[in-house]
Each structure stands twice: as structure tokens, then as C-alpha cells.
Design a protein around this ligand. Structure first.
Ligand SMILES: Nc1ncnc2c1ncn2[C@@H]1O[C@H](COP(=O)(O)OP(=O)(O)O)[C@@H](O)[C@H]1O
Ligand SMILES: [Mg+2]
Length: 401
């Protein structure tokens, strides 16, 4: 996946926002070289504006010779004819302005097509991440969080995101988003062996820009006909074209949920501050243990965390034996925004709740590669200080062991 080089972490973060999911940031050309040595399938290197002209151009030149299938994209604060000539001679594929996120995204898309053309489709594999939102209780805010999280992950259309309603009996993603789907997962029943991207695409409902929704069936009894094999086939097919797949799960460990967990990279566990919910969440945590779901891939979200009920986040952490990743306050605004058909991360991006959801999205997306021995990796960008490649798939691998 594309890698961006810039010593300034803020610049890296902002460039990553225009790059595909799974892109990485490194702070120096040395670290870039180490990265490339370990990733022979790299197709795009973005050289950030904080690097000097000389450093950028010499890196282009070195890469042109050493790795001709990699496209280099130079990002500069300003551009002049001399620099352009210089860059083109050095073999840069594109030179774009720092302020032009769309041009960065375009350049990477072109790099990808070129790479596929040079190496053949087998040479390039799409990276995607499956994020499942679970709670053993209904009414705790799973759907509200799934919808807002999915919208936050689209990063204003820069990333392809699909929201899957896997609450097969009582799914309400569509109604929550005021969508009127003509198709749902129901039309996929029986296609376990014939499913492909095109077919699945025809079952999706478009919300905004890049958010697509796979709706739950309109009738609860359809659920029994959705086989676990179909669920896993659907998720794998979505992985071929989407950057992120967010799954709003049913509030129980039914066989479809268990199958989806097997295909999941990160699980978000939603809890509220009431004793029955916490009791059930505790059982869910024990089930995750039994399923060998890695602790690093579990993220606890406390919804309505400010409710005055005599239990606070510290107590919850004690009871569940895991730390709270995000606390979301109670606010009529979140319900009102959803009811108005424009979820809060879209209608009021500066709302405290929107900021909290976006931060969670960034954590889950896990952007930065932590340089060894540095503190950066422990920040929100890469919570476990591991590369995304390491984090990816671990949940699935362990759950099968
Ligand atoms: N943080 C919050 N503050 C206020 N209302 C909320 C909050 N989170 C969820 N709600 C409301 O609670 C209700 C249940 O939420 P929902 O997302 O449908 O739960 P679930 O999918 O877990 O059943 C909805 O009416 C929703 O608008
Ligand atoms: Mg729901």
C-alpha cells in the first residue's frame, strides 16, 4: 500500500487522509528504504513537502532505477517550471500541490493502474479492513455508532466504505439512515458459490458519496436462510473493492455473527452504564476470550458515558478488565441528527460526539507505522504500535487457532 514520507507527523496525517486505506507514513527516506525492502509489492511513494527539493528528486531518481514499478508522487507547497522539469527528469510520475488532496488521490489511483498493468492483477492486492460493531444488548447505540463510524471512515469520500447490516432479523440501518433499499442481503441468498463483485454491487444502496449500505432483509424470518457461508462470502467479496467494511451486528452470538467475527479485523464493543448491560458485556468479553479474539483488536466504547447512574468509566474498566477506547456522551443531538436523515458526523462535524467518533475511526484505521523505539506508535494513530499489516488478519488467524 502507498507510503508517504515526511518528517512532519501533521503533514503525514493530512496526506494520509487523501490516500487509500492501509497507506502508511514514515518520517525519513531511510525509513522509506527499510519499508520498501520489506514490501516488494509497493506501488506508490508520496514524497512530502517538508523534504527538500534535492532529497525528493534524488529519491525519485534512486527509485526509478531500483524499483521501476513504483510511482513517485512529489507533493510541494508551491511549484515552478524548474522544479517540474527537474522532477520529470528524475522520473517523478506526478507533482502535486500540498493543498490539493484530490490530486494526491488521483496520482495514487493512476499509480495503482500502472502497477496493475505492469504486474498483472495478481501482483496487486487490495487492502481492506473489516470493523464490526457488537454488543450483547439492543438499544445501546450500536446502529448509531456504526452509521457515524462508517461515515467518518469515508473521510469525505476519499475512501470506499460499505456498511453491512448484519442484524438480520431486526436490522434498522436503512431506516436509521432514511434509505429505501430496493435490494438487501436477501437477494444474495443461494449465491454462496456464484457471488462476485458485480452481483453484490447491485444489492447495495448508496447513501452519500462513498458510503454504500448492504441492508438487512425486510422480514425477520429471512434470517435463517442467510447461511454463515454466505456471510463470509459476502465479506470477502466486499473486501475486493472496499477500503473499509463496517458491520452492524445482531445483539447475540448467532452463527452469522460468529462467522462475521471470523472475518473481522477490529471489533468495537459497545456498552452503556447499566448493570444488566455490563453483565452481558462481561459475558461477551469472556466469549471473545474463548474465541481467541486478540485483545489488541477489541475496542470498548462507552455510550451515554455521562449518565449519572453511579457507575463511571473507571468502574467499567475494572469490571470488564479492559480499557475504554472512547466515551460518547448522551445527547439528543445525535438522535435528532439521525432522525433528520443526516447523521451527526455529517450534519455537525464539530460536535463533541462527531470529534469522538472521528478519533475512534482514525484509531481503527491505524495509519502510522511506528518507528522502532519511538513513542509515536502508541498514539491514537497506531494504538498497538504495530504495523497495520501485522494487526490485520490477526483477529481472524487467532480465532481459527
Ligand atoms: N449517545 C447518545 N445520546 C443520546 N441518544 C442516543 C445515543 N446513542 C444512541 N442513542 C439513541 O438510542 C436509541 C438506540 O440506539 P441504536 O443505535 O438504535 O441502538 P442499537 O443499534 O444498539 O439497538 C436510538 O434512538 C438512538 O438515537
Ligand atoms: Mg441496531
Amino acid at each position: 500500500m502507498p507510503v508517504v514520507v515526511d518528517p512532519d507527523p501533521m503533514v503525514v496525517e493530512s496526506l494520509l487522509a487523501s490516500m487509500p486505506a492501509g497507506s502508511h507514513g514514515v518520517e525519513s527516506v531511510d525509513r522509506l528504504n527499510a519499508w520498501l525492502a520489506a514490501h516488494s509489492d509497493e506501488y506508490a511513494v508520496v514524497l512530502g513537502p517538508t523534504l527538500t527539493d534535492e532529497e525528493s528528486v534524488s529519491t525519485c531518481e534512486a527509485l526509478r532505477n531500483a524499483a521501476p514499478t513504483i510511482s513517485t508522487v512529489l507533493v510541494r507547497e508551491s511549484m515552478d517550471a524548474d522544479l517540474l522539469t527537474f522532477a520529470m527528469k528524475a522520473g517523478a510520475r506526478d507533482v502535486v500541490l500540498q493543498t490539493d488532496g484530490a490530486a494526491v488521490a488521483d496520482a495514487i489511483a493512476r499509480a495503482y493502474h500502472l502497477f496493475v498493468a505492469l504486474r498483472g492483477p495478481a501482483g496487486a492486492m487490495h487492502m481492506s479492513k473489516v470493523i464490526s460493531v457488537f454488543s450483547p444488548k439492543g438499544g445501546v447505540g450500536k446502529t448509531t455508532l456504526s452509521v457515524n463510524l462508517a461515515l467518518a471512515l469515508t473521510a469525505k469520500g476519499a475512501r470506499r466504505v460499505c456498511l453491512v447490516d448484519l442484524d438480520l432479523a431486526f436490522g434498522d440501518v436503512a431506516i436509521t439512515m432514511q434509505l429505501f433499499p430496493t435490494h438487501s442481503i436477501e437477494q444474495a441468498i443461494g449465491s454462496e458459490d456464484s457471488m462476485d463483485v458485480e452481483m453484490l454491487d447491485s444489492l447495495l444502496t448508496r447513501h452519500q458519496d462513498s458510503l454504500m449500505v448492504l441492508a438487512a432483509p425486510p422480514h425477520p424470518d429471512t434470517r435463517e436462510r442467510v447461511s454463515p457461508r454466505l456471510v463470509s462470502r459476502i465479506i470477502r467479496t466486499l473486501r475486493e473493492t472496499f477500503d473499509y467494511i463496517v458491520i452492524d451486528m445482531a445483539p447475540s452470538f448467532d452463527e452469522q455473527v460468529l462467522t462475521a467475527l471470523d472475518e473481522t479485523d477490529e471489533v468495537v464493543l459497545v456498552a452503556t452504564l447499566d448493570v444488566p448491560t455490563l453483565k452481558n458485556v462481561k459475558v461477551a468479553v469472556e466469549t471473545f476470550d474463548a474465541l481467541h479474539i486478540a485483545k489488541d483488536n477489541r475496542h470498548l466504547v462507552l455510550n451515554r458515558a455521562d449518565d449519572e447512574v453511579g457507575i463511571n468509566a473507571d468502574k467499567v474498566e475494572g469490571i470488564l478488565g479492559m480499557s475504554v477506547a472512547t466515551q460518547l456522551l448522551s445527547s439528543v443531538d445525535i438522535a435528532a441528527a439521525t432522525n433528520a436523515g443526516s447523521p451527526i458526523v455529517v450534519s455537525d462535524p464539530e460536535h463533541q460526539l462527531s470529534i469522538a467518533v472521528r478519533e475512534l475511526a482514525t484509531r481503527l484505521a491505524g495509519h502510522m507505522v511506528a518507528p522502532p523505539g519511538s513513542e509515536r506508535g502508541t498514539e491514537a494513530h497506531a494504538p498497538q504500535g504495530k504495523s497495520e499489516a501485522e494487526a490485520r488478519g490477526r483477529l481472524r488467524r487467532r480465532s481459527k487457532s
